[in-house]
Design a protein around this ligand. Structure first.
Ligand code: SAH
Ligand code: SF4
Ligand code: F3S
Length: 449
């Protein structure tokens, strides 16, 4: 009988990618994925440690897993519980100590060992944590992936050497590591051959990607993207996340010259105050950041810019926060993610004396999000009446509806038959909210006009 695995993925896109790779590795051993935890022989959670809330969610999930495991045991069914991801790297064996039902814990750079740990697991020899920094080995060991739809993630770089003073990523993902150009090209080809029309290149600091190309010369991200664009079948290329001052002139030119490179960039500024950026240990000031946005917009005038923000960083004053609001007005972001600062164990910012009270953080977040949403809606409204090429990626919430993405990463809803899934279709935009666009087939609207 085939064994079933349930996977709960928390955290960022890198975790989504990792979960897919873990499920693919288990599938090679005959495991099938289930969406029903009660029928799973292996319950897994892929965890995130970025903010306190994210880490707390892990232990409530493990509590639920424990109940399922006990209920299954009463029916004579054995269940393994495995934890993967950044919480494991951060806490190590403490995960097993804190959550007694957990059998196996693997860090984000050790998950290639998961199939062996699961296969060899023995209740007598017992529970185990594997959390070593082994990027090289991990990527070399994993079997080539298959695409599970028309869009796929592809991790090209992992880890971070920036040590922003608030952030746990350098501790959970280790130092910067770039995969070889050949490995990335092979993986992209494998994804395209199995149905991917779009790939999203992933890295904690993706612009730092570098490596020897198949021609023996040192390659940087722009060259890699140029080569990826030559792969038949791949029609859209995206990448994330960019560290503002690591974007090279070549990358800016790539946005101008490579049609398959989508006009969208995630460029987290975090704060609009130079004093706060300095305390955050970000390597740029506001005017340097704005200069990068200007260059990008000169090269590709329609490029959509998105950002992350942290409010209530230690020492942030009302005046600092006002400066963040001013930058938001100036850049007019197409999309954004904003968070209250969360002190993380072991990070320098958590030890800073001038922590901002929770109520002030909440108030600032509310003001910022209201502004960001209004701008996002205004951005989307500009497209009403236009025609956009939309990659149809999934079924919509309503019957007969499909969802897809515009080049600017706007979510678009349209009523079309499901055999159009995976197609890039010209759609006439008929409406817009802050979070999505509604549309009808362009052919239909031209017939009506
Ligand atoms: N490498 C990316 C971001 C990775 S984490 C970059 O440098 O931009 C994703 C986002 O989480 C960050 O951009 C930041 O806005 C937020 N974040 C990270 N640590 C945080 C913390 N301690 N509290 C609140 N938000 C945090
Ligand atoms: Fe974290 Fe900064 Fe690295 Fe981004 S650049 S992952 S925020 S340390
Ligand atoms: Fe979270 Fe790890 Fe990603 S801490 S944001 S899952 S790199």
């Amino acid at each position: 009988m085939t064994k079933k695995v349930f996977m709960n993925t928390m955290g960022c896109q890198m975790n989504v990618y990792d979960s897919t790779r873990m499920l693919d590795a288990l599938a090679a051993l005959g495991w099938t994925e289930t969406q029903t935890p009660e029928e799973a022989d292996l319950l897994m959670v892929n965890t995130c440690y970025i903010r306190e809330k994210a880490a707390d969610k892990v232990f409530s999930c493990l509590g639920r897993f424990q109940e399922i495991k006990q209920a299954r045991a009463r029916k004579g069914q054995d269940t393994l519980i495995a934890v993967a991801g950044c919480v494991v790297q951060a806490l190590g064996d403490a995960v097993l100590k804190k959550a007694h039902s957990v059998d196996i814990a693997v860090g984000p750079q050790s998950y290639h060992k998961l199939p062996e740990l699961v296969t060899r697991f023995n209740r007598k020899t017992g529970r185990k944590t594997v959390a070593e920094f082994t990027s090289v080995e991990k990527f070399d060991t994993l079997a080539p992936p298959v695409s599970h739809g028309c869009t796929a993630f592809l991790a090209i770089q992992e880890g971070c050497d920036n040590f922003c003073s608030y952030c746990v990523v350098p501790y959970t993902r280790g130092c910067e590591y770039s995969r070889s150009a050949q490995a990335v090209l092979d993986e992209a080809r494998a994804l395209a051959d199995t149905g991917a029309k779009e790939i999203m290149l992933l890295g904690q600091n993706v612009d730092c990607w570098h490596g020897a190309g198949p021609d023996g010369k040192p390659w940087h991200l722009a060259r890699l993207i140029e080569r990826l664009a030559e792969i038949d079948g791949l029609q859209r290329i995206r990448y994330t996340t960019s560290y503002p001052v690591d974007i090279t002139d070549d990358m800016i030119a790539a946005h101008r010259d490579i049609p398959k490179l989508m006009p969208y960039i995630h460029l987290p500024i975090q704060s609009g105050s130079d004093a706060v950026l300095k305390a955050m240990n970000r390597r740029y000031n506001v005017s340097q950041y704005l200069a990068v946005v200007d260059k990008l917009r000169t090269a590709r005038p329609d490029i959509a810019v998105s950002s992350d923000f942290i409010v209530g960083f230690p020492g942030e004053t009302d005046a600092d926060f006002e400066q963040t609001l001013a930058v938001v007005d100036q850049v007019r972001y197409a999309q954004s993610y904003s968070f209250k600062y969360s002190p993380r164990p072991g990070t320098p910012a958590s030890l800073m004396k001038n922590q901002v009270p929770e109520a002030v953080k909440a108030e600032r977040l509310c003001v910022l999000q209201t502004k960001l949403l209004a701008l996002q809606k205004a951005y989307n409204l500009r497209f009403v009446g236009q025609t956009l090429p939309v990659l149809l990626t999934e079924h919509g919430k309503e019957k007969g509806q499909l969802n897809g993405y515009s080049p600017y990463l706007q979510n678009v809803h349209v009523c079309l038959p499901e055999n159009r899934l995976g197609d890039i279709v010209d759609l006439h935009i008929t409406g817009a909210t802050a979070s999505s666009l509604s549309a009808e087939p362009a052919s239909l609207s031209s017939k009506r006009n």
